[in-house]
Design a protein around this ligand. Structure first.
Ligand code: GLC
Ligand code: MG
Length: 468
């Protein structure tokens, strides 16, 4: 493992060999910094102790497979994460995309919410669903950086085509450049920018994208910064798994002590970097599976925790657990619901009877429209919609399944439930009370009460069958 960044496409830069120090807050940014600070703390406080696992994953062609219209590996990962990791681990997305393109991807693909989002090739770090920026990071990146000078110098190269306006960010200037021209241009550029007094990092990704960032930026440095902040709070995750497919991901694999997976479909530039710099590092694997399936494979390979997605378990009633697990129960229930409507399981009264058995007799369901029904009646109404989504694009997933124990035998589960049917996507914030009273572990948990509210802008605009 290299002790410094010695990526071939970064070799024109001064390697970072010592841990950088955190920027000091200036009085003008103190308020903003403390907001980022409190959001980071919230992220950490959600967990009882240190995160069991922190996954830091790239999105395009790593977490998200653009060649899989069914999004199966992403959905498999989501189910695994929500059932087994959400309550004790941290999910970090680290993408080259700007906030604008990131939000677009979220609309296109069935993605769950990460705890931390690192955008624009490690130049923007944000916390939580509202994506509160880490202003300390912004200030750190201002050192020896002047994007006007970068613009001036790059204008001299006709081979460089500026990317769209959305991808030009305060600490990132991005171009397209042909593969055969990339190395020479990077070399001349780094010389000329150095002469102008800048300390920059030039990264080539995906055989076409060229990003110019401050030297201290990048996906790897952003992760090192997070590790440092977590460590300062005594909350360093027990394990970190980094996941990537292209050039801008390479430096993720250089961060001390992390496990790494290059997905099977990784780009040539990442594989070349690996052969030149890290092939003796047994903590890095090149998966045989594509995208999110490769991430799941790595979790298993490194023994980082459960690695069987509930989506890979056909008979969910048969899945044995040694304790009550409300998160697993929630994931399992909605998987059943998806399979039932897609007619992927047998149309058997036994299933509905089992379902009734796990719903409290007097339990209520408050539909997002506000109508209250008996849970048992809702289960009965499932009979008429068996297979109504057969052969159609219909998927159900849950996001941010957070569990709080509210009594010796009861739990409050709060989560977002999403349903995608063709082009239409509906989402509900759901709270449910589950209980283990009077049941044995083999019976699972009982649903006592379920209450749903349409998520902002995610309610129906026509007659849709929304059952649970
Ligand atoms: C994403 C960004 C782009 C960047 C590329 C590689 O595609 O949108 O601006 O150049 O990642 O980092
Ligand atoms: Mg990628």
């Amino acid at each position: 493992m290299p002790s410094a960044l010695t990526l071939p496409f970064l070799r024109y830069h001064i390697p970072i060999s010592s841990p950088f120090s955190l920027p000091r807050c200036s009085s003008t940014t103190t308020a903003a910094v403390s907001q980022g600070d409190s959001t980071l703390r919230k992220t950490m406080d959600r967990l009882a102790g240190n995160a069991d696992l922190m996954i830091v994953s790239d999105l395009d062609h790593t977490m998200v497979d653009h060649h899989d219209p069914e999004n199966l590996s992403l959905l498999r990962f989501n189910a695994l994460w929500e059932a087994n990791y959400r309550n004790n681990s941290l999910l970090v997305f680290s993408t080259g995309r700007s906030p604008t393109l990131y939000k677009e991807l979220r609309k296109e693909k069935p993605m769950i919410n990460p705890d931390i989002t690192i955008l624009s090739v490690g130049t923007e770090i944000t916390y939580g669903n509202s994506m509160v920026p880490d202003d300390g990071w912004v200030e750190f990146l201002n050192q020896k950086w002047d994007r006007n000078i970068v613009s001036e110098e790059t204008r001299k190269f006709t081979e460089l085509t500026l990317q769209s306006e959305t991808e030009q960010r305060p600490h990132k200037v991005s171009f397209y450049v042909q593969k055969d021209k990339a190395q020479d241009i990077m070399k001349s550029l780094s010389v000329s920018l150095k002469e102008r007094g800048l300390d920059v990092k030039i990264i080539y990704s995906g055989g076409m994208d060229l990003d110019i960032l401050p030297q201290g930026a990048g996906k790897g440095q952003a992760l090192a910064y997070l590790h440092k902040r977590f460590k300062a709070e005594g909350k360093l995750p027990k394990n970190t798994l980094v996941c990537g497919d292209s050039g801008n991901d390479a430096e993720l694999f250089t961060i001390p002590d992390v496990h790494g997976v290059m997905v099977s479909n990784a780009q040539e530039e990442l594989l070349q970097w690996y052969s030149a710099n890290a092939k003796d590092n047994r903590k890095i694997i090149h998966a045989t599976e594509r995208c999110a399936a490769g991430i799941i494979q790595a979790i298993g390979h490194f023994n980082l925790g459960p690695s069987t997605s509930p989506r890979d378990v056909m008979d969910l009633s048969d899945s044995k657990m040694d304790k009550f697990d409300p998160a697993y129960e929630v994931v399992k229930f909605y998987l059943f619901y998806e399979r039932w409507r897609r007619a992927e399981i047998e149309n058997s009264d036994r299933y509905l009877a089992n379902l009734k058995a796990v719903c409290c007799k007097s339990g209520k369901f408050v539909h997002p429209s506000g109508i209250e029904q008996q849970l048992h009646d809702c289960v009965s109404s499932l009979r008429t919609c068996y297979g109504d989504k057969q052969g159609k694009q219909f998927r159900v997933w849950v996001d941010q399944v957070l569990i709080a124990q509210i009594g010796s035998d009861s739990w409050l589960a709060k989560f977002k439930k999403w349903e995608q049917s063709g082009e239409e996507r509906l989402g509900c914030l759901t709270t449910a009370i589950l209980s283990s009273k009077d049941v044995s572990v083999a019976d699972g948990l009982t649903w006592v009460h379920v209450h749903q509210t349409w998520l902002d802008g995610a309610g129906p605009n026509n007659q849709t069958t929304w059952l649970f």
